[in-house]
Write a protein that binds this ligand. Structure first.
Ligand SMILES: [Zn+2]
Length: 156
């Protein structure tokens, strides 16, 4: 004998339903819960669709990016420069939504760091892409280093 989970009276072993209070002894035998079972694949799909299963974080891939400075252009009539970096993506993923920092140096000495982002910039898997950034005029600066702070990756 076993006892009913609801009224604690003794019922037959293996009974799915209590003969006294009609309570179902196993939640999945209760027709009121059938809809949950049918919902399950849908809920799994919804969760999969959020991207949480395969989210890629830039921090895990940052060593697979290399940067070289292509050119520096002075903007006439402005105290700013346009610096173009060639960014090489050695990962098998496409990245976008870049957040970066430009570190301005004078012969290796840190002068300033400028943070910015460019959500339109995209880099394809295993390829290079040019990134042109505008940096304010900083007296004595003769080197500018790109440091990517963050990138987002699509699902595929
Ligand atoms: Zn019962």
């Amino acid at each position: 004998m076993q006892t009913c989970k609801s009224c604690i009276k003794e019922i037959e072993v293996g009974a799915t339903k209590c003969s006294y209070c009609q309570a179902y002894q196993l939640w999945y035998k209760n027709p009121q819960h059938y809809s949950l079972i049918f919902m399950l694949p849908f809920l799994v799909f919804m969760f999969w669709n959020t991207g949480l299963f395969y989210k890629k974080y830039f921090i895990d891939f940052e060593n697979e990016f290399t940067y070289t400075q292509e050119k520096v252009i002075e903007i006439k009539g402005s105290n700013a420069k346009l610096i173009t970096f060639n960014v090489k993506n050695n990962t098998n993923h496409k990245w976008n939504h870049i957040s970066y920092e430009i570190v301005s140096n004078h012969n290796g000495e840190l002068l300033a760091a400028t943070a910015d982002s460019n959500y339109a910039w995209v880099i394809q898997p295993n390829s290079a892409s040019l990134l042109t950034v505008k940096v304010p005029f900083i007296p004595n600066a003769n080197e500018w280093h790109l440091k990517i702070k963050d990138l987002k990756s699509d699902r595929y």
